[in-house]
Design a protein around this ligand. Structure first.
Ligand SMILES: Nc1ncnc2c1ncn2[C@@H]1O[C@H](COP(=O)(O)OP(=O)(O)OP(=O)(O)O)[C@@H](O)[C@H]1O
Ligand SMILES: [Mg+2]
Length: 265
């Protein structure tokens, strides 16, 4: 009976998540001006209303994040581009952000390519995780660290995180915020991974990120299933019920193993 209840709750959250996933705040376009390619990102007309309505919604969903209003978003993008890329960004009078065009393809696009070689897949995931860890070392957390929000430049061997409209709730610990970024990246990679490769992809991400504290925090974000944040998590990655359970089990096994290792040591 409990199992049935869990499955029904999961399916309800997944349906709500699907609906949430389609909420759009802004539009990004690649344009060329004076021979320079650039990205112009602009909020949609109804975005202020969505941001305002989204505040209570993300609190109900216990998401631990919020979408920034225009001015705060501008300030955050400016600060992060300055720290990460030493590149200034421009903000037009109508609030359009003009960003330098970063090289590469999103990790999501790469992972969805059925022709992509296994070794390239692994490399792309590694680069995204390394760049996320570096971002964290600079004192930031992303807030929406999905495979859709990182560009992988395979030729240069680097990854670039972008899209800083969402911010973590500052009342959450920094450890929680970092683990939440790893959760979002892990879930959005695993939703694009065939079942047979799921355990290896999960180990790869956790091995490259190398923070057992974060892994433990991550394991608790997949269990118990009956929790408010499930809708938001499934909005980021619409995992199936069996796949979600498998990830939770793999994370539990991994934390049990590292606990046993610590005791023996
Ligand atoms: N600085 C950048 N350099 C290169 N491409 C970018 C850059 N910023 C955004 N893009 C491209 O624009 C797309 C959308 O950007 P972004 O993720 O910032 O907006 P979004 O609001 O999440 O849009 P969407 O909901 O359509 O993903 C990205 O998938 C990426 O391909
Ligand atoms: Mg995005």
């Amino acid at each position: 009976m409990r199992k049935l209840g869990e499955r029904a709750y999961f399916l309800l959250c997944r349906a709500l998540g699907w609906w949430l996933r389609h909420a759009r705040y802004s539009k990004a376009r690649i344009v060329t001006q004076d021979g320079e390619p650039q990205v112009r990102k602009q909020r949609l007309v109804y975005a202020p209303l969505l941001v305002w309505l989204g505040g209570p919604l993300v609190r109900i969903l216990d998401a631990g994040v919020r979408v920034l209003p225009q001015r705060d978003w501008e300030e955050r993008e400016r600060r992060i581009y300055r720290s990460l890329r030493r590149a200034p960004i421009r903000i037009d009078a109508d609030g359009t952000l003009v960003l330098p065009l970063l090289a590469g393809e999103t990790l999501a696009t790469l992972l969805e390519d059925p022709e992509l070689e296994g070794s390239v897949r692994t490399r792309a995931i590694e680069l995204a995780v390394v760049a996320l860890a570096e971002f964290h070392h600079l004192g930031f957390s992303h807030g929406d660290a999905m495979a859709e929000n990182v560009l992988i430049d395979l030729d240069a061997g680097v990854a670039h995180w972008f899209d800083f409209e969402t911010v973590h709730d500052l009342r959450r610990s920094m450890a929680w915020r970092r683990a939440d970024d790893v959760r979002a990246l892990l879930a959005t990679c695993l939703v694009r991974t065939v079942p047979a490769e799921l355990p290896d992809a999960l180990q790869l991400i956790l091995d490259v990120y190398r923070d057992e504290g974060a892994t433990r925090c991550l394991a608790t974000s997949f269990t118990p299933l009956l929790r408010r944040s499930l809708t938001f998590h499934l909005a980021q990655a619409g995992l199936s019920f069996p796949r979600y359970r498998e990830i939770a089990n793999l994370l539990r096994e991994r934390t049990d193993c590292s606990d046993r290792g610590a005791i023996q040591y």
